[in-house]
Every structure is written in C-alpha cells, then in structure tokens.
Design a protein around this ligand. Structure first.
Ligand code: KG4
Ligand code: ZN
Length: 344
C-alpha cells in the first residue's frame, strides 16, 4: 500500500510517500523559517498562505522522487491536529480533495502520533512496548506506548513545553527564531554550572514538568545589574543543562514505573545533542536503550504522517467516508430548517 503523507500543522510543509512494502519512497520538505524570521516567531496567517503555495509543488516533487503517478497511490494521510487552525485546514483541504479526485481514502492523523511513531522508520526500529518522551514546541509528554494508538499519558508539562522554553529563552537572550537550535549552538560554547538555575519539579514525585519558571529565572539573571553579556554562552549552557536534567530524570522515572527498558524520544527538542548524550549515557548504564528518529525526521515532516497513516490503514483502520472538509456543491435552499437549540 502506497500512502501519501501531508504535514502542514505549523511552519513546515511536508509531503512524503510511504510504501508498506518498500518503505519510505520520497520525503520533501519546505521550512518557513525565512518567512517568519523577521517577526521573531510563527505568524499563523503567513504560515497558511505559504502552505497553499508550497503544497502543490511539493506534491509533484514527492511523486517524481518516488517515481510514481497520482493514480499509483492507495490512500492519503494528513495532519488533522493539533496545530494552527488555518495551517491544518490547508493540508486537510488538499488531502481530502486529492483523495476525492482519485477515489482513494483520506485518513486524518494526529501530529504527535506521527512524531511518536517516527523512530520506527529508522533502520534499527524500537519494538513495542516502550516509553515515549515527546518533546516538541507545543508538548512535553511521557507516554507508555503498547502499540499503535495504545497510549497512556504518564506525565506532561503543566505550563510551557520544553521547545517553547527554549524558544522563549532564546528570544529574551536576543537570539533569532527558531530559538531552540540557536540556543543549543550557543550552549555548546559555554559551561554549565557557572550560573545556577533551578531544576523545576525535579523532586515533585510525579512525572510532570514545568518549564516556564526557568525562562523567568534567565530573565532575572540578564536583567540584574551585574549581568555581563559576554557570559551568555555559560547561561545558555546552564539553561540547557537544567532542561536536559529534568527531562532525563523524569524519563528514567517513567521507565522505572512501567518496568520498561526502551525509551523513544521524538519531537523537535529530540534533535538536541546534549539531551541525546545525557539520555544515551543514562540508559546505557541501566542496560536500556534510547531510540530517536533519523535526524531529518526529528522536526515536522510528511514522512511521519505518511507512516502513521500507513500503520493505521494496514492494521485495518477505516478511512474515507464523508470528506472532513465539508462543502455541498449541490445544496437545495429548501432543505434548510430554522435554527434550533439543542434540547436537553
Ligand atoms: O516537533 P517540532 O518540529 O514542532 C512541533 O510540533 O512543535 O518541534 C519544534 C521545537 C521548537 O521549539 C524548536 O526550538 C525545538 O523543537 N528544537 C530544539 C532543537 N531543534 C529544534 N530545541 C533544542 N535543541 C535543538 N537542537
Ligand atoms: Zn511537531
């Protein structure tokens, strides 16, 4: 089964083709970083408009790279949420209309399920069950994963997500958007421990996180009278260390609680090299193993959506039916009824 995957939930447009027999056939991506950089963050309306511009081009590119025609596809999977409403609507409209025109099913996919399953696309995939640490721009969650769609939430951030904390802290340090990778680069030149930032909720006894206080703690340092901008790399390193320490401690606690030994890390912050080094060392010490997506599939992409859709369809998930983006080309006016309040 050949599944087209469409991702447009935020600031990346991704189109990919996954074949349940031959694997990933093509994966094309357009990042909107340049478009939003001048504004210091994602401008939702600009994101939607750019998705409209890019999707048809990427669709052609992906099919050409896969050596396929539109008629060779068996289904379309698209990100239906969570994400920016307008951006999602663009992907959903393109996917549903493509599927309708070709007479093939369209399957709405959860963006985080895409991230969570993306390490299964690697050459040495993890086996179920495992604990997943989802660390993206909008979410920080620990999940027990027994199989596709069998997810139990173990803990999550009560305020900012890890990626959001990276982005906001980068912004207040005067770094550009997207902040996470830039802050990580700066941190690599500094030394953690020269400043002392809190490790929020490290000893809370549960598997929840809180990162918004960390950003405030950084703000307090840089607005202090003895702040020297020359020490910014050390502050960045300490910030990164604080986030990584908490993520690592809670991930280990989640493994202990579930009795599992396999950890899967997914989402944009999973690209952080320091996080990877600390998690790898910790799991190695305990006889466990950490799995990550291929580097190119860490941030948003169409491959993970095509893959998640293909896994679901191959397992018998129903797709198709009424298009999710509802319009009625033929709609007799006489069919309308007066507005009615729902009765209790
Ligand atoms: O998964 P993703 O691409 O999009 C969402 O679904 O949110 O994650 C984006 C987030 C951003 O907050 C970005 O700053 C962060 O991942 N990020 C990083 C790194 N690369 C991306 N954070 C820390 N270190 C990195 N190397
Ligand atoms: Zn994402």
């Amino acid at each position: 089964m050949k599944v087209l995957g469409i991702e447009s939930s935020c600031d990346e447009t991704g189109v990919a083709v996954y074949d349940t027999e031959a694997g990933l056939l093509a994966h094309c991506l357009h990042s909107q970083i340049d478009l939003h950089a001048a504004y210091g963050g994602v401008v939702p309306e600009l994101a939607s408009r750019d998705h409209i511009r890019r999707l048809p081009v990427l669709l052609k590119q992906a099919l050409a790279a896969a050596g396929l025609e539109a008629r060779d596809l068996d289904a379309v999977a698209y990100t239906a949420g969570p994400g920016l409403a307008g951006a999602l609507l663009v992907g959903a409209s393109v996917a549903e209309s493509f599927a309708l025109a070709r007479g093939i099913p369209a399957l709405p996919v959860h963006h985080l399920e895409g991230h969570l399953l993306s390490p299964l696309l690697s050459a040495d995939p993890p086996r179920f069950p495992f604990v997943a640490l989802l660390v993206s721009g909008g979410h920080t969650q620990l999940m027990r994963v027994r199989g596709v769609g069998d997810y139990a939430l173990l803990g999550e951030s009560v305020d900012d997500a890890a990626g959001e904390a990276f982005d906001k802290t980068a912004k207040l340090l005067g770094l550009g958007y997207p902040g996470g990778p830039q802050l990580a680069q700066l941190a690599a030149r500094g030394v953690a421990g020269r400043f002392r930032l809190p490790r929020p909720m490290l000893h809370s006894g549960d598997l929840d996180f809180s990162f918004s206080g960390l950003k405030t703690a950084v703000l307090n340092v840089v607005s202090g009278s003895d702040w020297e901008p020359a020490r910014m790399a050390d502050l960045a390193a300490e910030f990164q260390q604080a986030v990584v320490e908490v993520l690592c401690a809670k991930a280990l606690a989640a493994l202990k609680k579930t009795g599992l030994r396999t950890l899967v890390v997914a989402g944009g912050v999973g690209a952080n090299l320091h996080l990877r080094a600390v998690l790898d060392a910790a799991l190695q010490k305990r006889g466990g193993r950490v799995h990550y997506p291929e580097p190119a599939l860490c941030t948003d992409n169409g491959a993970m959506i095509a893959f998640a859709g293909a896994m679901r369809l191959a397992a018998g998930d129903e797709a198709g039916g009424e298009p999710a983006v509802r319009i009625r080309p033929r709609w007799p006016l006489a069919e309308l009824r007066p507005p009615q309040r729902a009765t209790a």
